[in-house]
Design a protein around this ligand. Structure first.
Ligand SMILES: [Zn+2]
Length: 152
């Protein structure tokens, strides 16, 4: 995820038909900073609170939901049903670890292609599919180590 300056953040908000208010800008900046974590609203709030003491947790919740409804961010559900947010709106899948509650991006062109072909062959009736995402859930074998994906 690339770093964006204020002006680029402003433009990105506006490209999703969102008025670039100061509140929205700081919430989006915090989300970008926490990107790898797929943070919950509380985590975004904790990060931006010191520099923005007037902002409430409720505002952060509402702002993130408005972002999701306008396609600026994606909602990712954790196993417990807790909402997490993803600034990466490109097609990608996730791996969720039950032990550490980490959500890790799983980007794999081969998997995307496989699933595209699969759904084309299945020819879903009376349903206009826009996107799909799979989420693997499980446990890290060694919590202190990173999860890595290798082709065999
Ligand atoms: Zn993601």
């Amino acid at each position: 995820m690339q770093q964006l300056n204020r002006e680029e953040v402003r433009k990105r908000l506006m490209s999703c038909s969102l008025k670039a208010t100061h509140q929205r800008i700081v919430v989006y900046e915090a989300l970008l900073e926490l990107h790898g974590h797929h943070p919950a609203a509380e985590e975004v709030y904790r990060l931006l609170k010191p520099a923005n003491p007037s902002i409430s947790l409720g505002t952060v919740y509402k702002t993130l939901d408005v972002f999701a409804e306008n396609g600026l961010v994606r909602r990712v559900l954790s196993e417990q049903g807790c909402k997490r947010y993803d600034a990466n709106t490109m097609a990608h899948n996730h791996i969720y670890c039950n032990n550490t509650r980490e959500i890790i991006d799983f980007e794999d062109a081969e998997l995307e292609e496989l699933l595209q072909n699969f759904f084309q062959r299945r020819n879903l009736q009376n349903f206009d599919m826009h996107s799909f995402a799979i989420q693997l859930t499980g446990n890290k074998k060694e919590p202190e180590k990173h999860i890595s994906i290798t082709k065999l």
